[in-house]
Design a protein around this ligand. Structure first.
Ligand code: PLP
Length: 363
């Protein structure tokens, strides 16, 4: 198999161990003589995987009692709608730090309009192509909830602090979940698509505080109601079995590695390695305005002034060295390298070496 350095933004690199275990389960699942995609989701072998996967989430992320971990379909994008459906009564509040945050706000705005209530935008960094995290904003104390996007995958900014929030805090953690410890008790809901740090596309996680549910008066469509899935333990309807199984294997890999404190340290080292090179290398410049806002997952940079014409050449050069997925999102341009949990340090070293060699070629 061709050896590459995978910096894709999502779906993205996953632990080899998880992929190999999944290949085995596709052939014979838990000694059943059937593939995992052939067994009943009501079988005891499958139930064991559901229970174990939730237990792994609770253990690794240190989730307190009173929270349920759900495994749903529909992606993070369906959560954008489920959030206001389940929590919006009179007023929602959103922090707009990127395109995903904007999309989440749009769903709340749509429902708020239909219901004659409010979906406020507390602060936005859209004025500067979302290249910073707004600070010093005031969260309205009469809001039903405050929604944030902890990691802005496209722009490479991140909120790593578990903020003190006067109202229920809801976070889209699609692209930085399990990259560091999180104080779950500060959140009413944490959700995300699995396909960046915890598994393949097809399963969506939602960590929900059970006591916060059932507080709206309007009808919530069955499949969009968190309570449906809490009561059905994520098996109200057929769950995305294969994606959940790969998630299970990915979490076991993370646990074996030493958990989130160890993972955070590794992520910090990988991230610093790349940012140090972006800052040192005369050919390149980072796109995030303030260093403290920089994401440890997605690293964005462009050609330095005077070298813009070399962009395509660097892209080709990097490709020839085995780099995959470093093209920046069209709204930012330049380059983006996503260093998710499973991205090995050797890949980051290879990318840095490639940037250094390119600089030498043009000096
Ligand atoms: C990728 C991503 C999404 C979209 O997830 P889907 O599962 O494709 O709907 C939402 N929010 C963030 C922060 C993302 O990175």
């Amino acid at each position: 198999m061709k050896q590459v350095h995978n910096f894709n933004a999502g779906p993205c690199v996953l632990p080899k161990e998880a992929i190999n275990a999944a290949i085995e389960a596709l052939k014979d699942f838990s000694g059943t003589g059937m593939s995992v995609i052939e067994v009943s989701h009501r079988s005891k072998e499958w139930q064991a995987i559901m229970d174990e996967t939730e237990a792994l989430w609770k253990e690794i992320l240190n989730i307190p009692d009173g929270y349920k971990v759900l495994f749903l379909g529909g992606g993070a994008s369906t959560q954008f709608l489920m959030v206001p459906m389940n929590f919006l009564n009179k007023k929602a509040a959103y922090l707009k730090t990127g395109v995903w945050a904007k999309k989440a706000h749009k769903e709340a705005e749509g429902l708020a309009k239909a219901w004659g209530v409010e979906a406020a935008c507390v602060a936005s960094s859209e004025d500067k192509t979302f290249n910073y995290i707004p600070k010093g904003y005031t969260i309205p104390t009469d809001a039903d909830y405050f929604h944030i996007t902890t990691n802005n995958t496209i722009y490479g900014t991140e909120i790593r602090e578990d903020i003190d929030c006067p109202v229920p805090l809801i976070a889209d953690m699609s692209s930085d979940i399990m990259s560091r410890p999180v104080d779950v008790s500060k959140y009413t809901l944490i959700y995300g698509g699995a396909q960046k740090n915890v598994g393949p596309a097809g399963v969506t996680f939602a960590i929900v505080k059970e006591s916060a549910l059932g507080k709206v008066e309007h009808y919530i469509p069955t499949m969009l109601n968190y309570q449906t899935h809490v009561e059905g333990s994520s098996m109200f309807n057929t769950p995305p079995v294969f994606s959940i199984l790969v998630m299970n294997y990915t979490l076991k890999w993370l646990k074996k590695l030493g958990g989130l404190k160890v993972m955070e340290q590794i992520n910090k080292e990988k991230s610093e390695l790349l940012y140090n090179e972006i800052d040192r290398n005369s050919m390149f410049v980072g796109t995030v305005a303030n260093k403290e806002d920089r994401s440890r997952m997605n690293h964005c940079w462009v050609m330095a002034p005077g070298h813009e014409d070399l962009q395509d050449e660097f892209m080709e050069f990097a490709k020839s060295k085995g780099m995959v997925g470093i093209k920046g999102h069209r709204s930012v341009g330049g380059f983006r390298a996503s260093l998710y949990n499973a991205c090995p340090k050797e890949s980051v070293e290879a990318l840095v070496a490639c940037m250094q060699e390119f600089e030498k070629m043009h000096k």
